[in-house]
Design a protein around this ligand. Structure first.
Ligand code: AGP
Length: 606
């Protein structure tokens, strides 16, 4: 989703802005632009399409100046065009700004102006005109800050803004609400960006802006104010430079690299979190004894991890419900101080998940988050945090983060089963031993990647692709189908296998592929029966199971045998197989695997 970079220093801004935008490319975008102050005025260049197009324009125009802002846009309001890309500006580029988020009342705000002044269809442009209108153009910094705050009070919605004003040739301004912004503190140069990766090459000293805080940056100073213009002392964090500045290594995509990293990151996570897990995350008796309801919320893949959490936590004698965050925030669920809300998010910045967290908190619920980005907004606003520590996940399609979210739910449920006396101490120890085997078993699946590749190559032209499974396997069916949609652009649907004959079976014919996930012993025959029904209608069947017997072989055109593993944990292994399956299909179809069309890594708008 849109990315922001701002630079101010004693060197030419262009190269810093372009290298920052390159690092943000993984977020997904359709156009990009920069604004640079040349000492007299602000110059703006924008281009549709890939960043290279903007690079060419910048080179041709030879933009000079040490202060600038850059943006990559993922269209929300108005089609993909140069006019709609950012920076957006007021008359004569006196004010230029870049924006992430959505201004909900922009049409109403536009009424303050003659319609003819607008050159774009964006919700952003009006902010530039408003600042232009309410700033008195005296060149006094205080007055400019007043004008910005005055305008912010008029805005409804979410924003992260980096702003430039012709009057302040050595400064950039940054302010946010419900959309992330981080400041990078360098030597004779400072940065603002929507994520650290944009400037980590140059500095790993950072501080995070909270909602309604306004930062004024120049080459030497960073001053941060609250709404009443009090100067704030902010905590400075040193982030891990190595971890935040990774390449693809020998892999052809970040997705493949991240798939193959899984044994290592799962192992590290399990080692770090094996002993007194509940104590480590401070989930103490007082809280657990009070809890009556557990809600699990997330979006996309993180939501599917929640569904798995719901299924395995349902053994507890409690009300447990997984909800997509975008639904949760508008539902009338019972929510109070006896509720525990588990928010799951790789980025920790997903707008719907963050909004749902805030609603839950407002209603008195305790918040436990499962996140990958330790310093993210969701982590910072939670009462308890499980950091899955997957390292940066660059590929838009989430892989290793999902496996770690499942691992987090596995450990959490084992501990809660024990705490609520669903299992004995010995059974708990057995489960923990089984958990420890997961990394090695994942490795075993990965070693068979050639086999998965050859199955994938057979089914490139399939139409109507179905992923079927029951109970825990159904969750993996959902995630497997999502992966295929995301990176291969093939229409894959997931169903609980028993649901197929209530309608969707009408679509099955010889061009259909049915991927059956059959890992649960007690329902093995039932799901196989459903696959046979598809076979009888000429569908091609790919079975993923740990049971190789006459029945499964008979049902399958192709079969992948998973290593033996505990029933609760084996769906994670089936999912590794489906990650590779989606990857090889996408690769063979020539898709842009790490940056699929229309998608954004971090969805920071509602
Ligand atoms: C996964 O492959 C997706 N790209 C997407 O569904 C993602 O999981 C979702 O947007 C949630 O992101 P988060 O985990 O960062 O909150």
């Amino acid at each position: 989703m849109c990315g922001i970079i701002g630079f101010v220093g004693n060197e030419s801004a262009c190269s810093f802005l372009l290298s920052g935008l390159e690092k943000l490319e993984y977020r997904g975008y359709d156009s990009a632009g920069v604004a640079i102050h040349d000492g007299k005025k602000i110059n703006i260049l924008k281009a549709k399409g890939k960043l290279a197009e903007l690079g060419k324009k910048i080179e041709a125009k030879n933009l000079i100046g040490n202060v600038g802002i850059g943006h990559m846009r993922w269209a929300t309001h108005g089609k993909v065009s140069e006019e709609n890309s950012h920076p957006q500006s007021s008359l004569n580029n006196k004010i230029a700004l870049v924006h992430n988020g959505i201004i909900e009342n922009y049409l109403e705000l536009k009424n303050e102006f003659d319609k003819n002044i607008f050159v774009s269809d964006t919700d952003t442009e009006v902010i530039a005109h408003l600042i232009y209108k309410y700033y008195d153009w005296t060149g006094i910094l205080d007055n400019f800050i007043d004008a910005v705050y005055f305008v912010l009070k008029k805005l409804k919605g979410s924003y992260a803004l980096a702003i430039m004003c012709e009057d302040f040739k050595d400064k950039i301004f940054a302010v946010k609400k419900d959309s992330p912004l981080v400041i990078g503190i360098g030597e004779n140069k400072n940065f603002v960006a929507s994520d650290i990766s944009a400037f980590i090459k140059y500095t790993n000293e950072v501080c995070y802006l909270n909602d309604n805080e306004l930062a004024v940056l120049d080459e030497k100073n960073i001053n941060i104010f609250d709404e009443n213009k009090n100067v704030l002392e902010k905590k400075v964090f040193s982030v891990d430079k190595e971890v935040n500045n990774l390449g693809k290594g020998n892999y052809d995509s970040f997705m493949l690299k991240e798939i193959f990293e899984q044994p290592k990151v799962i192992k590290n996570f399990l080692i770090d979190n094996s002993e007194n897990f509940l104590d480590e995350i401070n989930l103490d008796e007082k809280i657990l004894d009070e809890v009556e309801r557990i809600y699990l919320i997330g979006c996309g893949t993180a939501y599917y991890a929640c569904l798995m959490g719901e299924k395995i936590l349902s053994k507890l004698n409690l009300f447990v419900s997984a909800q997509p965050a975008s639904e949760f925030r508008y539902s009338d669920l019972v929510l109070n101080k006896k509720s525990l809300v588990i928010v799951v998010s790789q980025s920790g910045e997903t707008a719907d998940s963050l909004a749902a967290l805030r609603i839950a908190k407002k209603n008195g619920a305790k918040i436990l988050s499962i996140v990958n980005v330790r310093e993210s907004s969701i982590a910072r606003e939670s009462d308890f945090v499980i950091n899955i520590n997957a390292g940066p996940e660059i590929s838009v399609a989430s892989t290793k983060a999902f496996s770690l979210m499942l691992s987090a739910f596995y450990i959490l449920s084992c501990c809660l089963y024990k705490y609520f006396k669903i299992i004995s101490h010995n059974e708990f120890l057995d489960l923990k031993n089984d958990l420890k085997e997961i990394p090695e078993l994942v490795e075993k699946v990965l070693k068979q990647h050639e086999k998965i590749k050859s199955v994938a190559e057979k089914y490139l032209l399939s139409k109507n692709i179905f992923y079927l499974g029951r109970n825990l396997d159904y969750v993996i069916a959902l995630e497997g189908a999502l992966k295929l949609k995301e990176i291969a652009y093939l229409n894959a649907q997931a169903y609980p296998s028993g649901e197929l004959k209530h309608g969707p079976i009408a679509l099955i014919d010889e061009s259909s592929l049915i991927v059956g996930i059959v890992t649960q012993k007690n329902i093995f025959d039932k799901t196989l029966g459903n696959l046979e029904e598809c076979k009888a209608r000429d569908g091609k069947i790919f079975v993923i199971t740990q049971y190789e017997n006459e029945n499964s072989k008979d049902a399958a055109d192709d079969i992948f045998i998973l290593p033996e593993c505990n029933q609760i944990f084996i769906p994670l292994l089936a999912n590794i197989c489906l990650q590779l399956f989606a990857y090889y299909i996408a690769k063979n179809l020539g898709r842009d695997i790490d940056k699929p069309k229309n998608l954004a890594k971090s969805v920071t708008v509602e």
